[in-house]
Design a protein around this ligand. Structure first.
Ligand SMILES: NC(=O)c1ccc[n+]([C@@H]2O[C@H](COP(=O)([O-])OP(=O)(O)OC[C@H]3O[C@@H](n4cnc5c(N)ncnc54)[C@H](O)[C@@H]3O)[C@@H](O)[C@H]2O)c1
Length: 344
């Protein structure tokens, strides 16, 4: 059995590759990744000597490449993590989100259809559902209409619709999962939890968007990997499964938890202008996944935060290397057009 993991050098994809190699030591794992600023081969170091593991650098948006890649590699299962994922970047550079998240997914679906893939899984996000608003007590279920509000969410929703259409039209053996915010090892250091950990450790102000009352559900990354595995192994073809941690928190609460964890007070909080189209509340109902596939979150938030902090403490070089790469990119973008602010 050979599984193709696209985007496997990123945050969740690399966690999934490690999880999968441990759980299924006899299965072949093939990773395809473009290695954008978010992809990092260092995330896969531990797997490089595994005889069942192979890495290929490539772009899912390149149709010809994807066709010949599937013809050569003939994967049995495909799980698509590859995506542009940074919401702020989708507001300044939406076209790359259309290319990777929509065109790229379409290329994978076409190749999966043509080369007889037995299972295709699309890793999606709760952001496709839009905004619940602060006053509502509702949760997103799999029946909630999709109503994306930013280009990132719209590109992920479009990809989901393509997956659905391939199931309905061509009986593609496909599934979709939509997860809430993840945190844990290997997350790019510019993302909220690792970024705030670093600032707080250095006694620097932590920038909180708007009034800090935007609510998100947070899940430890390993629990997301377990959920995807359950859907790949036992999920009903054509179905969508919501994945969440029953762990709703405002951004301000997250910041307070991190300050508290590191023994600092709230004087480090600095409120900054809100981001455009910043949805107020996401909350996800994952009861279908729990009921039908027996999954439930296994890591509680405090425990997950402690594990994450320990991991970043013991991987400082890993994070510094990535931040240098990001700065290099920022310089390039700024020097191309000095009038414009950094687009990263
Ligand atoms: N991070 C979260 O909290 C979260 C929550 C729910 C769903 N998701 C979804 O999970 C998936 C993985 O998210 P992540 O946080 O690990 O993202 P990430 O940005 O850390 O990783 C994305 C990976 O995709 C690769 N990639 C980008 N464009 C590519 C292309 N054209 N061809 C091949 N590879 C390409 C990158 O190099 C990178 O390794 C995404 O589809 C995302 O929408 C993420």
């Amino acid at each position: 059995m050979k599984i193709l993991v696209t985007g496997g050098a990123g945050f969740i994809g690399s966690n999934f590759a490690h999880y999968y190699a441990d759980k299924y030591p006899d299965r072949d794992i093939l990773i395809l990744d473009k290695l954008t600023y978010a992809g990092n081969l260092d995330n896969l170091t531990k797997l490089m000597d595994n005889p069942h593991f192979k890495f290929v650098r490539g772009d899912i948006a390149d149709k010809e490449f994807i066709e010949s890649f599937f013809e050569t590699e003939k994967p049995d299962h495909v799980v698509n993590f590859a995506a542009e994922t940074h919401v702020d970047r989708s507001i300044t550079e939406p076209s790359i989100f259309v290319m990777t998240n929509i065109v790229g997914t379409h290329n994978l679906l076409e190749a999966s259809k043509d080369f007889g893939v037995k299972r295709y899984h699309q890793v999606s996000t709760d952001e496709v559902y839009g905004d619940l608003g602060t006053d509502s007590k509702d949760y997103f279920t799999e029946k909630t209409p999709i109503a994306p509000n930013c280009p990132y969410a719209a590109s992920k929703a479009s990809a989901d619709l393509l997956v659905r259409s391939y199931f309905e039209t061509y009986q593609m053996p496909a599934t979709i999962s939509r997860c809430s915010n993840n945190y844990g090892p290997y997350q790019f250091p510019e993302k909220l939890i690792p970024y705030f950990f670093r600032l707080i450790s250095e006694d620097k102000p932590v920038p909180v968007y708007g009034d800090g009352k935007n609510v998100r559900d947070w899940l430890f990354v390993l629990d997301h990997c377990r959920a995807i595995d359950a859907v790949l192994e036992r999920g009903c073809l054509g179905d969508t499964y919501n994945v969440g941690g029953n762990n709703e928190r405002t951004n301000l609460e997250i910041t307070q938890t991190l300050l508290d964890f590191l023994g600092r007070d709230e004087s480090l909080i600095a409120f900054v202008d809100d981001r455009l189209a910043h949805d107020r509340r996401y909350a996800i109902d994952s009861s279908k996944l729990q009921r039908e596939l027996g999954w439930s979150p296994s890591v509680d938030f405090r425990e997950g935060i402690a594990k994450t902090f320990d991991w970043y403490e013991s991987h400082k070089e890993w994070a510094e290397k990535l931040m240098d790469k990001l700065e290099e990119r920022q310089h390039k973008v700024i020097s191309r057009d000095p009038q414009k602010p950094s687009r990263v």
